[in-house]
Design a protein around this ligand. Structure first.
Ligand code: GUN
Ligand code: FE
Length: 482
């Protein structure tokens, strides 16, 4: 591979490492090869040593992209749960709880996607918008319509985002105008979408950025024959990902139990049909009982934490710290339009607040007993009952999401061999975000790494798409404000 075709980024870099630590590195050189993969990373290179380092690395002629003061690179966000056809409903419906919200607001909007031309127009702007929020990997729900969901997949593919795209399966408990005629047609359309997506040519580096995902909407809208056939389909291809909703709202849980009286729990329903496995993404998980938590940990399924939605639809507060203590994979999900923002930044803020609510609720309880009850096998209880730190929030938004998507060997952090899925953050006052104070203003005494950590924190809590100047997937720039 000719190293003259490398692109080298030089400047500050934020890199998640573990659930409790991340690196803030100044003066970093990061090389991206022509396939869009990270070739090497060298830390602590002063200005005067850049050329010598490039020579040493065998690429003296490579293009160097120099980040300015106030800019830094970080991995792109992973949105582990969102509904593309609900973007037009953003900001509506906060008066409802889940089941009424679906009936009064969500199903009527989704039904409009039977018009494939409407779907194409809408999805084009939806996917652009989501990319510009810094989301480099996204788990999309479409509608129940095959053709509209093919359009969604086509658009994601043509815009170059990394994604999972699924067609909702729903053959009961919806309105007549928005329901699949039979479980057989639901399965046939699902298979057709899978074939369609799997026929996309891979990227030049041989990677298929867009993948199909089985999407039983939730147990309430799926008959047993449908869930059973989806389980068979999943069994026939262990690499096929699965996404669904679980235990979001108390009325939903009661209804689910009444539909599946033979199953012990909501999680047991999915498990019964072979839908709980390591590549299953479970959205919400607000009200799981102890046995369900054990089951999900055992099956190695991932949880998509959707706190914006959980607050907005008055669903509850998911005890994410408990799940982390159990070793369950957790990522963040915007859950548009249950969540009122398509931005993972918003989700990070609400995840922080949700964790503080949990901590407040548990303050004053007998922590010792509580920890014995909730700790993992070793009795460690690092996360339950405490607020999530910046390191943890950063992790959930990037590497944690990648784990949930079974992509952590490819994305989520900057490591040689991984894909360059990244954003350039710009917190200079020229970015035009009035909520962000110029990081150099004399109100801030931080220097060096501390200044970078301060910038990251302020971006996570006050930043928005005005501060995301570039979005890269597999080395290719696909969006951003610049
Ligand atoms: N449960 C079933 N469908 C949905 C949906 O579209 N959004 C949310 N938040 N929960 C659901
Ligand atoms: Fe959802």
């Amino acid at each position: 591979m000719s190293s003259t075709n490398f692109t080298i980024y030089y400047g500050s870099l934020v890199n998640p490492e573990t659930l409790t630590s991340y690196h803030a590195i100044l003066h970093c050189l990061l090389a991206v090869n022509p396939h869009g993969n990270i070739e090497w990373v060298v830390r602590d290179v002063p200005d005067s040593m850049v050329q010598a380092t490039l020579l040493e690395q065998g690429c003296p002629d490579a293009e160097v992209v120099e980040l300015k003061d106030g800019q830094f690179l970080m991995p792109g966000f992973v949105d582990t749960h969102t509904h593309a056809p609900q973007v037009p409903n953003l900001g509506s419906g906060q008066q409802y709880e889940l089941l009424e919200w679906l009936k009064n607001l969500t199903f009527p909007m989704e039904a409009k996607f039977r018009d494939t031309e409407f779907a194409r127009r809408t999805y084009q702007s939806v996917v652009h918008r989501i990319i510009n929020q810094g989301t480099t990997t996204c788990c999309y729900y479409g509608t129940l319509h095959l053709d509209a969901t093919k359009e969604l997949a086509n658009i994601v593919y043509s815009l170059g985002q990394r994604a999972f795209v699924g067609k909702c399966n729903m053959d009961r408990n919806s309105e007549d105008y928005y329901i699949e005629p039979s479980w057989q047609s639901s399965i046939n359309d699902t298979k057709a979408l899978i074939s369609h997506i799997q026929s996309f040519p891979p990227s030049p580096s041989g990677i298929s950025l867009v993948k199909p995902i089985l999407t039983p909407r939730f147990a309430i809208t799926c008959t047993s024959p449908l869930l059973s056939s989806l389980g068979e389909l999943a069994a026939s291809d262990p690499s096929l990902h699965i996404q669904t909703h679980i235990s979001e709202n108390l009325a939903e849980i009661e209804f689910t139990k009444s539909l599946f009286p033979d199953q012990e729990s909501y999680a047991a329903v999915y498990d019964h049909f072979g839908l709980l496995r390591d590549n299953t993404v479970l959205a919400h998980a607000v009200h799981l009982n102890k046995d369900e938590i054990e089951l999900i940990a055992e099956r190695k399924s991932g949880i998509s934490h959707c706190p914006t939605s959980n607050f907005n639809l008055n669903s509850g507060v998911a005890p994410i710290g408990q799940y982390l203590d159990k070793g369950i994979k957790v990522g963040l999900g915007t859950d548009v339009s249950g969540g009122f923002s398509p931005s993972i930044l918003s989700c990070i803020r609400n995840a922080s607040i949700a964790s503080k609510v949990v901590a407040m609720q548990n303050r004053g309880r007998n922590n010792h007993d509580h920890h014995l009850e909730n700790g993992n096998a070793l009795g460690h209880c690092k996360f339950a009952d405490t607020q999530l730190s910046i390191a943890t929030l950063l992790y959930l938004a990037t590497l944690g999401g990648a784990e949930v998507c079974m992509l952590s060997d490819q994305v989520g952090s900057f490591v040689p061999g991984k894909s360059f899925d990244a954003i350039i953050v710009d917190v200079r006052d020229t970015a035009g975000n009035p909520a962000m104070w110029d990081f150099k203003a004399d109100t801030h005494d931080l220097t060096g790494q501390d200044a970078l950590r301060g910038m990251l924190q302020r971006f996570l809590f006050c930043g928005d798409d005005r501060n995301i100047s570039d979005v890269f997937v597999q080395g290719r720039r696909i969006g951003g404000k610049a």
